[in-house]
Design a binder for this molecule. Structure first.
Ligand code: SF4
Length: 678
């Protein structure tokens, strides 16, 4: 029997009480009775490793573990403190590892000496990332006093209840050593039961991509069912500059610097997260060399792409004589949907919002750095077939209610807020979903990340075909053939069915701290704002721009502009959207109303561009998808729809847009005609 032998007896409790963290970092050990300790719930990966720390992609990360952790009103963990404390394990409450899929977080914990993480529950990607790195995870709190006693613990206690793949990965000490055994045919991957059964759409696409035999490369099985573990062959694999360099480092250490990447044509790299960092970083940070560290991410990705023959959607060249960034070609999710994804594809990306492409009927999900690196070698990724959850959005919503409002409503649904949808595949359907455009559907699937879902999908339909023809230039017959058979079977099993009546929905806002803190805007009270940010992959699509423009046009016509003292930024998700804005005259409209149109990038969404707050008392209303502490600066960050963001910019306080139009949704083309007619 194999044992985990603790090399230290110190266990760090991540508590809501900052004084308890102070005591532990000063050398006190708390009693192992976790029930007596107020544990922090919902610790996001942004808190384990704040975005600015992820500029490092080596063991330096270990100096920064938990430096973004908020306890009470403080951030009690200082640089180097966890590593110096000699902790072997750390303990938290529910939903540990929320948010971004960044593997820098468990890697920082590992590099700080943490070998066991314990929590009431884990987010899927975070837990997988831990396993891939060789960090043991458990929800068994009785392990704590045993670790504190220095007791060797059988590895079997950490694999209890795990399926064959997870068990194999844990026992092998990580994903790569397991893959070596699998590809050589030495690790047994049990095949799914081939008995036909009604499949959900996600199950159908997973079955089509299932690696039936790794040694021969045979792909496709008859059926899969929730809980089946295996590997799926990917149609597309992508990563961005936050992840590619660390994956490249792992790649070199595992298979050698000169090894080729398997099928490089289906791998894409993006420079999107940090394009504007130089404009946003403080002089002190630049002076301290942080910018140079961050810029190394870009240069490392660029040279790796060149060496391996990978397409890189990079940074746009700066205009002659201009010091300002011209932005990125696109945010990764925007480009994947605009140019690459096709219905029925299986897509993996180094980002938790990868389900964005589910808007046209793909199974797309986020993976961590080790999985990215392994996929470069094997073309496949590990999966466990998720249970599916059907989300039915009935009726047509009022004209000022958008897909973003639906998501903020869904995030406060008891099933979701209690973590009941973690790891599930969401399938959206209903009259509202059918009526929403592909851009709006992408907001639904994108924010599966905030739900904690595995992935999200909308079954492709006539609107999908229209989109593929109009936006992607596909032949109509080809587009129609592409969606054939992409639907759930009658009788397919859903673990949950959530029904939401869109007709009664109101514009929503999420209070600072968590996207799940939603409430109707009309129940918010008076909240004055300093910043309105209209952008990101969630809020930077063509139709989002239509919404901002619709509100701003109405405001201008009424003699209003962005409220005095409010800074308003509009940032497109891609150069395609940027060109669309110019073609529609939105650039002039935004300028006239007092909003600044910025070139495409993640920017403020990742605390790295115009639109970030600078002080804790600054208030932002933002169209981005998450508002965990520190996500977009130190201020108070409210999430809202494009309509609400634009209306709030004009009002100077958070308000919903109250259209003087009939409540039926106006299509973009109607708007364009209206604008053109002016
Ligand atoms: S815009 Fe924000 S959420 Fe979207 S990919 Fe960039 S950092 Fe992630």
């Amino acid at each position: 029997m194999t044992f985990f032998v603790p090399s230290s007896r110190r266990v760090l409790f991540l508590s809501d009480d900052p004084t308890l963290i102070d005591r532990q970092l000063a050398g006190d050990d708390l009693d192992g009775d976790a029930a007596a300790i107020p544990l922090r719930h919902d610790i996001s990966t942004d808190e384990i490793t704040p975005a600015s720390i992820c500029y490092y992609f080596d063991e330096t990360l270990g100096e920064f573990a938990y430096t973004g952790l908020r306890a009470g009103e403080r951030f009690p963990v200082r640089r180097g403190a966890v590593r110096a404390g000699g902790f072997i394990a750390s303990v938290a409450g529910r939903r540990r590892g929320k948010g971004s899929s960044r593997e820098q977080s468990p890697y920082a914990e590992w590099a700080a000496g943490i070998r066991v993480v314990i929590a009431h529950s884990f987010e899927r990607i975070y837990r997988e990332n831990c396993q891939h790195l060789g960090i043991l995870t458990s929800t068994d709190f009785s392990l704590i006093p045993r670790l504190q006693a220095g007791e060797p613990i059988p590895l079997a206690e950490f694999t209890l209840g795990e399926g064959p793949i997870a068990r194999g990965v844990i026992e092998a000490g990580g994903l790569y050593p397991y893959n070596v055994e699998r590809l050589a045919g030495r690790a047994h991957v049990p095949p799914p039961d081939p008995t036909p059964r009604p499949l959900t759409l996600v199950e159908r696409i997973l079955a089509r991509h299932w690696v039936a035999d790794a040694a021969t490369g045979t792909v496709g099985v008859q059926a899969v069912r929730p809980g089946d573990q295996g590997f799926v062959r990917c149609d597309l694999r992508f990563s961005h500059e936050y992840v590619t360099p660390m994956a490249a480092m792992l790649f070199a250490s595992l298979v050698g610097r000169d090894a080729p990447i398997a099928d490089p044509e289906s791998v894409l790299f993006f420079r999107d997260h940090l394009t504007f960092l130089a404009d946003a970083m403080s002089a002190d940070q630049v002076e301290a060399g942080v910018l140079d560290v961050a810029l190394a991410l870009e240069s490392t990705q660029r040279s790796f792409a060149a060496a391996k023959g990978i397409t890189l959607y990079g940074e746009q060249p700066r205009r002659p004589g201009s010091a300002a960034s011209a932005g990125s070609v696109a945010i990764c999710h925007s480009k994947i949907l605009e140019d690459h994804a096709l219905p029925g594809d299986l897509i993996v990306g180094s980002d938790s919002h990868t389900p964005h492409a589910g808007a046209i009927g793909c199974v797309a999900f986020g993976i961590g750095t080790t999985a990215v690196c392994n996929s470069w070698i094997t073309r496949d990724v590990r999966v466990e077939v998720p249970p599916s959850c059907l989300v039915i959005v009935e009726g047509i919503p009022p004209a000022n209610v958008t897909a973003k409002d639906l998501m903020l409503e869904l995030l406060r649904h008891p099933l979701v807020s209690s973590g009941g949808a973690i790891g599930m595949a969401l399938e959206y359907t209903g009259a509202a979903v059918s009526a929403w455009s592909i851009d709006e559907r992408a907001t639904l699937t994108n924010m599966a990340a905030e739900v904690g879902a595995y992935t999200a999908i909308v079954a492709p339909d006539a609107a999908t075909v229209d989109y593929l023809v109009a936006r992607r230039g596909l032949d109509r017959a080809m587009a129609t053939a592409r969606i054939a058979g992409l639907a759930a079977d009658p009788g397919a099993e859903y673990a949950h069915v959530m029904t939401i009546d869109a007709t009664t929905m109101r514009p929503m806002v999420a209070l600072p701290g968590d996207p799940g803190h939603g409430r109707p805007v009309d129940a918010l009270g008076d909240v004055a704002i300093d910043i309105a940010y209209a952008g990101s992959c969630t809020g930077g699509k063509r139709e989002d721009m239509d919404m901002y423009a619709r509100v701003f046009r109405t405001a201008l016509d009424a003699g209003h502009a962005v409220a005095p003292g409010v800074r308003c930024y509009v940032q497109c998700g891609s150069q395609d959207v940027y060109a669309y804005c110019r073609s529609r005259g939105y650039d002039a409209l935004f300028a006239a109303v007092g909003a600044e149109l910025i070139a495409p990038s993640c920017g403020a969404c990742i605390n790295a561009g115009p639109g970030v707050s600078r002080r804790r008392d600054e208030v932002t209303v933002s169209a981005i998808n998450r508002n965990f502490p520190g996500r977009s600066g130190p201020g108070q960050l409210y999430l809202a729809s494009p309509y609400t963001v634009a209306a709030s910019a004009i009002a100077g306080r958070i308000v919903a847009w109250e259209p003087d139009l009939a409540p039926a949704r106006r299509e973009p083309d109607d708007l364009h005609e209206a604008l053109d007619a002016r």
